[in-house]
Design a protein around this ligand. Structure first.
Ligand code: HEC
Ligand code: HEC
Length: 251
C-alpha cells in the first residue's frame, strides 16, 4: 500500500497485543480520549488530546497518530533540533494542553507511545501518510474578523459558547471544549496559528458537518477565535531560534 491509499482508522480491538503491552495500549488510548482524567496532573486546561486529534487520533485531516511511530525522530524548525515522539507529545502537553511535560519514561508516556505504536503497526517505517496533519486551506483574501465573528455566532457558538468558553459537564470535563480563555490552548500551540486552525475547522467543524464552510469562512472564523484572549506560553522566546518562523505565528 502507498502513503495515499493507507487507511487511517482505529484498528480492531481483536488486534490488541496480549498482557502488559495490551494494557499499555489501552491506557494510552484512555489518556488520549480522556486526558482530563488520566493525566490530570499534567493538564492545565479543559481539553483532551482527542479534542483536536479527533477519535483518539484516527481521523485523516485531524492530525492523526496513525503512522507516527515510523516517522519520528524528526527535525523540527520550532525547536531547531531533532525531536523524539516523546518530545512532540510533550510539546502538545505544554502548549495545546497548557500544562506540564511528562517524564519521558513515565507510565503515561510509555502508554501513549504504546498506543501510537499499535495505531501504526501496519504502516511501513518512514511512510508519512496522506491525511497526516491538516489539509491546508487556500485563501488569497485577508482574513475578515467581523465576518469571522458572524460565522462564529451562527455556526459555532451553539456548542462552543458565546464567549468561547465551551460547555462543561457536572464532572468538570467538557462536552464542548473551549476555543479561547483560560481553559483553552495557549498562544504557543499549533492551533493558535491561523493556517492550522483554518485547516482543522474547514475539514472537521461544525462537528459532524466538516467540509461545509467555504475556505474564506474557515479562514475568517479561525482568525476570529485564534486572536481572542488565551494563556501565554512562557517559553515562547526559545521558538524558531534558527529561523523558519511561520508568518502566522502569534509572537
Ligand atoms: C488544541 C488542539 C490540540 C490538542 C488539545 C492536542 N494537540 Fe497535538 N497537535 C495539534 C496541532 C495543531 C499539531 C500540529 C499538526 C501539524 O503539524 O500539522 C499537533 C501535533 C501533534 C503530534 C505530531 C503529529 C505529526 O503529524 O507529526 C503529536 C504526536 C501530538 N500532537 C500529540 C498530542 C497529544 C498526545 C495530545 C494530548 C496530550 C495533544 N497532541 C493535544 C493540536 C493539538
Ligand atoms: C455540534 C457541536 C459543535 C459545533 C457546532 C462546533 N463544534 Fe468545534 N468541537 C466540538 C466538539 C465536541 C469538539 C471536540 C471533539 C472531540 O472531543 O471529539 C470540537 C473541537 C473543536 C476545536 C478543537 C478543540 C478546541 O477547543 O480548541 C476547534 C478549534 C473547534 N472545535 C472549532 C469550531 C468552530 C470554529 C466551529 C464553527 C465553525 C465549531 N467548532 C463548531 C463541537 C462542535
Amino acid at each position: 500500500m502507498t502513503a495515499s491509499s493507507f487507511p487511517i482508522q482505529m484498528p480492531d480491538d481483536s488486534s490488541l497485543p496480549k498482557a502488559e503491552m495490551g494494557e499499555a495500549v489501552q491506557l494510552g488510548r484512555n489518556l488520549v480520549l480522556n486526558t482530563q482524567k488520566f493525566a490530570k496532573a499534567y493538564v492545565g486546561n479543559g481539553l483532551n488530546c482527542s479534542s483536536c486529534h479527533l477519535n483518539g487520533g484516527t481521523v485523516a485531516g485531524a492530525a492523526p497518530f496513525v503512522g507516527l511511530w515510523g516517522v519520528f525522530p524528526e527535525y523540527r524548525s520550532r525547536t531547531a533540533a531533532m525531536g523524539s515522539l516523546q518530545a512532540r507529545i510533550n510539546d502538545c502537553f505544554q502548549r495545546s494542553m497548557n500544562g506540564k511535560a511528562l517524564p519521558h519514561d513515565s507510565v503515561e508516556m510509555n502508554a501513549m507511545l504504546s498506543y501510537i505504536w499499535w495505531l501504526s503497526k501496519d504502516v511501513p517505517t518512514g511512510m508519512s501518510l496522506n491525511g497526516r496533519g491538516f489539509k491546508p486551506v487556500k485563501s488569497d483574501q485577508a482574513p475578515d474578523l467581523a465576518h469571522g465573528l458572524k460565522v462564529y455566532a451562527e455556526k459555532c457558538a451553539s456548542c462552543h459558547g458565546d464567549k468561547g468558553e465551551g460547555q462543561q459537564l457536572p464532572d468538570g470535563g467538557y462536552l464542548f471544549p473551549a476555543l479561547w480563555g483560560d481553559r483553552s490552548f495557549n498562544i504557543g500551540a499549533g492551533m493558535a496559528r491561523l493556517n492550522n486552525a483554518a485547516a482543522f475547522v474547514k475539514a472537521n467543524m461544525p462537528l459532524g458537518q466538516g467540509g461545509t464552510l467555504s475556505d474564506q469562512e474557515a479562514v475568517d472564523v479561525a482568525a476570529f477565535f485564534t486572536t481572542q484572549k488565551r494563556p501565554d506560553y512562557a517559553e515562547k522566546s526559545k521558538d524558531w531560534s534558527k529561523g523558519g518562523k511561520p508568518k502566522d505565528a502569534r509572537y
